[in-house]
Write a protein that binds this ligand. Structure first.
Ligand code: PLP
Length: 222
């Protein structure tokens, strides 16, 4: 199937209010252009340099989401391009993103990355940590950042019950944060979860963004 057909097939299955992030990492700009021509406007990249190289070659109305671990010395590189940084995994990074956004006088949307998977390699706040830093006021006084929700990855496993449990934990944490810390911020409404193998489950548990690469573009060549 072509990229256009894949996008059409996936979009047809998504509820109206769930947005598709086309994860285009490792794919050349020609393939992204193909997706764009099929109507796709939100793209996800996970390496700063790759985003900074690709973005200027593609139409300006693309909404770029950064979805990978963001090193502090790369924040400045992506700041002109990223509309949303989905992978905020420390308060230090959050504050730095705010500072760099202020430096070029723009606002950037961010998602708080939650660590619910079993793999230690995955990054993000544990549920305990995120509730603690929220209580400590870490999300107050951010001039150039809008916290729009949470992001997470499930454990890489065939056990779909475990995946469902992890997505449900993300959903519950989102609700707790929203009702306790974001009552004045209607922009806090997004849950980014679900990839090629588990997005159907993610949607059942409240995802508003699904991040899909392989199911659109085929396998990546590393
Ligand atoms: C690569 C990646 C995806 C997409 O994975 P696929 O299995 O190819 O759909 C989603 N989210 C993140 C954070 C990724 O790094």
């Amino acid at each position: 199937m072509s990229i256009a057909q894949n996008i059409e097939r996936i979009t047809a299955q998504l509820p109206q209010d769930v947005k598709l992030v086309a994860v285009s990492k490792f794919h050349p700009v020609e393939r992204l252009q193909e997706a764009y021509d099929a109507g796709q406007r939100i793209f996800g990249e996970n390496r700063a340099q790759e985003l900074a190289i690709k973005a200027p070659q593609l139409p300006a109305d693309i909404e770029w989401h950064f979805i990978g671990h963001l090193q502090k010395n790369k924040v400045r590189m992506i700041m002109p391009w990223a509309t949303t940084i989905q992978s905020i995994d420390s308060i230090e990074l959050l504050n730095l993103v705010n500072k760099e956004a202020a430096r070029i006088d723009r606002n950037v949307n961010v998602l708080l990355q939650l660590h619910v998977a079993k793999e230690q390699t995955k990054s993000g706040f544990t549920i305990g940590e995120i509730l603690k830093v929220a209580d400590d006021g870490a999300f107050n006084n951010l001039s150039n950042v809008t916290i729009t929700g949470v992001m997470a990855m499930a454990t890489f496993t065939d056990n779909m019950q475990q995946v469902a449990n992890e997505f449900e934990a993300v959903h519950n944490t989102f609700l707790t944060l929203r009702d306790k810390h974001f009552t004045d911020n209607p922009a806090f409404k997004e849950i980014s979860m679900g990839m090629s193998d588990d997005w159907h489950i993610a949607v059942q548990h409240g995802a508003t963004f699904v991040r899909i690469g392989t199911d659109i573009f085929g396998a990546r060549e590393y």
